[in-house]
Design a protein around this ligand. Structure first.
Ligand SMILES: Cc1cc2nc3c(=O)[nH]c(=O)nc-3n(C[C@H](O)[C@H](O)[C@H](O)COP(=O)(O)OP(=O)(O)OC[C@H]3O[C@@H](n4cnc5c(N)ncnc54)[C@H](O)[C@@H]3O)c2cc1C
Length: 834
């Protein structure tokens, strides 16, 4: 008698159904919970049915029935069943209404049976029961295989050679699956032949749409992009569909795969989709909640192949040439995961998901879709590079700064070339190459600077040193209104953060770099165009991570220029260049967060318009190092915020915003003011400081250009020892050096911005660190040379040079000390370039 019949029959069936229904349908009275202490992969839920007669093939046994649900996996509930000495695994569909074609346990049963015969290591399947009346849904039984599952892809505790062997074994078994003869295995009709990826893209778009709960911009972009970039040539093999390390059971002593598990998504299709999917962990961070990754691990040290090496290993085993559109496959794989997670999330909302963590899991959809989009951009870039150049690049290679009329502080960048052609994929290093809309914005911005900003500088400077300096200048407010009316407003928000141009002008980072440089020529300009730090970083943070309520309360007034904000991280008692040192505490109390801490150098906190403090502190000092910090939105009128004093930079106060030293004493903040969630502070700060920090670099180019323009005008008109200063060799050398250094830094700024646009902020990490290392020092040197040729006047407030110098010098700390950027560059250099 087969096991199913036994399970369905007599005493056993009654007892089995009673216990199982209690568990599966959530009716648990009488069920005894048991905590499993052996560290195995199952959750501790057990039903003791002592004294039941139990079947075994060909015999009848007496003993307890144990039922444990495996903790692994989000989809088909899987149970360990012990009948006396017999150990089985039962896998069933989840209850409730299911998405079309999902959870097909019948197909799992079929493929495993066929693959076992073809020599692929899979658990031996015993029987399939399609009758839902037995335990509520169809299910099947298979033999229990003992073995090890490695949940962490970094394989902690193993030697590098063991890790290498495990990855090789995984690669081999994948090759084995992809080499199964479909005809001989009777699997020719297991799926459609050809166009697998195209069909998959449509399937997952449909699945995603069926479980969509809100609009995710990256998903929308991918839904348009993927069908346009499908791979042309595809082989058809068995594909597992969820092939990853933790779906493999390894021999406890050797690096041998004893069973490949979880065939729910298997079909016939393009095997490269399996390989790319198998490498996803390589692109996820080690602390990633649902699946630990490897992106921040030193793979060479661990002995684990990189994703690219792993792919090459696969090609070598299979005897195929490596494909060029690898990034497409990775983008598609992340998209598919995002769609799956969205399904899990939706089911968690309707109470159907099989895992307790499903709700949290589903929220990662957005993260996964952003990763997918990063790879789509990389793939787009590769395709673009392969396209034949259609038009010659006729842009000038030189940028000159001129003082049009001596005595006025105007600065222009001009080229002597004919109009240039631009492509959105090209690195545009001169404003003439910008697309027409942006070039027109650039022109208007420059005209505004000439008409309104430079002429206002003397008055704005006077205000900054007057008794009313801690009150915002009415002239600034007036100029803000004018800039807003001319559409020169919120230009900073990158297209990639705000793809629907809901909040900003929709410029790419590179386009903005040209405009931001112009703003950098005047210390007062960024605020006038609502593009000044720290508001820009805070606004981007709110766009990226804020809830709708947080956006309504804080983002909108900031975007309108009605409010200002500050970012409070640095603390006097700890080395704050290492943000993990931050000590201020954030603890939960009566439904509130209560913060205590001492901060300093908080730019903008003294401004009476400052309504929001973005506060970084520790919620859990015992969590892993990068998960201790959280970010809270603190209204500035909350009791307990005490500004001790304004700090000065070389004696300058930078009123009205200033840089404050502040005490936070038992400051109570509603819980909904937490950004993203406890422990996410470090992650958010990285996101906030990445693009925002290079805005400083963009501005420093403008500031250096203006210093050089002033220097050139000065040396032509100033005579010493019988000739103009410009005829002195040292002065000529200083001018030449300054021009060269500005050009070098500008190219690096533009390159960093460009890489951020085409490959994402993460891929641009090296370029971002390099420019942060270069720009402030370069500007300090150029401005210092200008000060030198001005004589003592250069240090006075007659010219903007002294303030420029102070600003550039401070930025060698304010954006993180030079040494930290140098260390980051060196680390990446050593890691990635042999
Ligand atoms: C004008 C200005 C505005 C600022 N605005 C803000 C703000 O709005 N909000 C805010 O939170 N903070 C702000 N800061 C603070 C700024 O972010 C910190 O000063 C900076 O992060 C460095 O921290 P620290 O001063 O504690 O220096 P520390 O961390 O004590 O570092 C001191 C020095 O140690 C050396 N050092 C550190 N790490 C390394 C390394 N890895 N290798 C070699 N040497 C190293 C460097 O020489 C460094 O300068 C501002 C600072 C200035 C000057």
């Amino acid at each position: 008698m087969c096991l199913r019949r036994l399970l369905q029959s007599s005493q056993l069936q009654r007892a089995w159904r009673a216990a199982f229904l209690k568990h599966v349908q959530g009716r648990r009275p009488g069920a005894r919970r048991w905590t499993h202490s052996g560290g195995g992969p199952y959750r501790a839920v057990i039903f003791d049915m002592g004294g039941v007669l139990l079947p075994s093939p060909g015999s009848v046994a007496t003993g307890p029935l144990e039922l444990l649900q495996f903790d692994h996996g989000q989809s088909n509930p899987t149970y360990y069943v012990k009948l006396a000495n017999h150990q089985l695994v039962l896998r069933k569909k989840p209850p409730g209404t299911l998405l079309p074609s999902a959870h097909a346990v019948e197909r799992e049963f079929r493929i495993m049976k066929a693959l076992a015969n073809a020599g692929v290591p899979v658990p031996k399947v015993l029987d399939l029961c399609e009758d839902s009346s037995v335990i509520g849904t169809p299910f099947y039984l298979m033999e229990y295989c003992p073995g090890l599952i490695y949940k962490d892809p970094s394989l902690p505790g193993l030697e590098p050679s063991q890790r290498q062997a495990i990855y090789t074994a995984m690669n081999r078994v994948l090759c084995k699956i992809h080499s199964v003869d479909l005809k001989a295995a009777g699997l020719e009709d297991y799926g459609k032949h050809g166009d697998y990826v195209a069909r998959q893209v449509q399937t997952w778009i449909k699945q995603y749409r069926a479980s969509e709960t809100s609009t995710i911009p990256a998903m929308e972009r991918l839904i348009e992009w993927l069908p346009l970039h499908l791979p042309r040539q595809q082989r058809t093999t068995v594909v597992h569909g969820d092939f990853r390390l933790d779906n493999l059971l390894f021999h406890p002593e050797t690096a041998e795969v004893v069973a490949v598990l979880d065939w729910e998504l298997s079909t016939l299709g393009d095997p490269l989709a399996d390989v790319a999917y198998n490498c996803l962990a390589h692109y996820l961070p080690s602390g990633f909640p649902i699946q630990p990754g490897l992106s921040d691990c030193d793979l060479t040290e661990l002995g684990i192949p990189t994703a690219e090496d792993y792919f090459r290993m696969y090609c070598l085993h299979m005897g195929i040439p490596p494909t060029e559109n690898w990034n497409f496959y990775v983008a598609f794989s992340f998209f598919r995961i995002a769609a799956i997670l969205q399904g899990v999330y939706k089911r968690s909302l309707t109470g159907q998901a099989s895992s307790a963590t499903a709700k949290q899991t589903g929220k990662l959809t957005e993260f996964m879709s952003n990763l997918a989009w990063d790879f789509a951009i990389k793939e787009g870039f590769r395709v673009f590079k392969e396209m034949p150049a259609t038009k010659p690049l006729t842009r000038s290679l030189h940028t000159w700064c001129l003082l049009r009329t001596p005595g006025t502080r105007s600065y222009v960048t001009s080229t002597d070339s004919s109009p240039a052609y631009a492509s959105k994929e090209a690195l545009i290093f001169s404003p003439e190459g910008l697309p027409p809309r942006v070039r027109e914005l650039y022109q208007r911005l420059k005209e505004f600077m000439e008409r309104h900003v430079y002429p206002a500088e003397p008055e704005l400077q006077r205000h900054q040193t007057s008794a009313e300096r801690w009150t915002p200048s009415p002239l600034v407010e007036d100029l803000k209104e004018k800039a807003k009316a001319e559409g020169l407003w919120n230009l900073f928000l990158p297209l990639e953060t705000d793809p629907e141009k809901k909040y900003g002008a929709g410029l790419t980072n590179m386009e903005y770099a040209h405009l931001c440089e112009v703003m950098g020529t005047s210390l007062y300009a960024p605020e006038i165009f609502n593009c000044s730090a720290p508001d820009t970083g805070n606004m981007e943070l709110l766009v990226r991570y804020g809830t709708e309520e947080q956006k309504a309360r804080w983002l909108i007034p900031l975007l309108e220029g009605k409010a200002r904000s500050c970012f409070a991280m640095t603390e006097p008692q700890v080395a704050s260049s290492d943000a993990t040192n931050i000590e201020s505490s954030i603890r939960e109390e009566d439904g509130f967060y209560v913060i205590s801490g001492h901060k300093w150098w908080i730019t903008g906190i003294l401004d009476p318009r400052c309504q929001l403090c973005v506060f970084m502190g520790k919620t859990d000092p015992h969590a892993p190092r990068h998960q201790q910090q959280s970010i809270l939105l603190v209204p500035m009128d909350t009791p307990g915020i005490k500004i001790i004093r304004p700090l000065t930079v070389y004696g300058l106060e930078d009123a009205p915003g200033g840089h404050g030293e502040v005490l936070f004493e038992q400051v109570r903040v509603p819980k909904e003011n937490m950004v993203l969630g406890p422990g996410r502070g470090f992650e958010i700060a990285q996101g906030r400081l990445g693009p925002g920090r290079i805005h400083h670099c963009m501005r420093l180019i403008g500031c250096s250009e203006r210093a050089l323009a002033l220097m050139k005008a000065r040396v032509k008109s100033r005579v010493a020892f019988g000739k103009p200063l410009v005829e002195q060799g040292t002065v000529l050398a200083d001018i030449a050096l300054s021009r060269v250094e500005i050009e070098q830094a500008r190219l690096l700024v533009l390159k960093a911005a460009h890489v951020m646009d085409v490959a994402g902020n993460k891929a641009a990490a090296l370029d971002i660190a390099m420019i942060k290392m270069v720009a402030p020092s370069m500007a300090s040197r150029v401005i210092d040379r200008a000060i030198q040729v001005f004589g003592a006047a250069g240090l006075s407030s007659n010219y903007p040079l002294a303030q420029f110098f102070t600003g550039a010098r401070a930025l060698r700390f304010a954006d993180g000390p030079d040494e930290v950027h140098r260390a980051a560059v060196a680390k990446m250099e050593l890691k990635h370039r042999s």
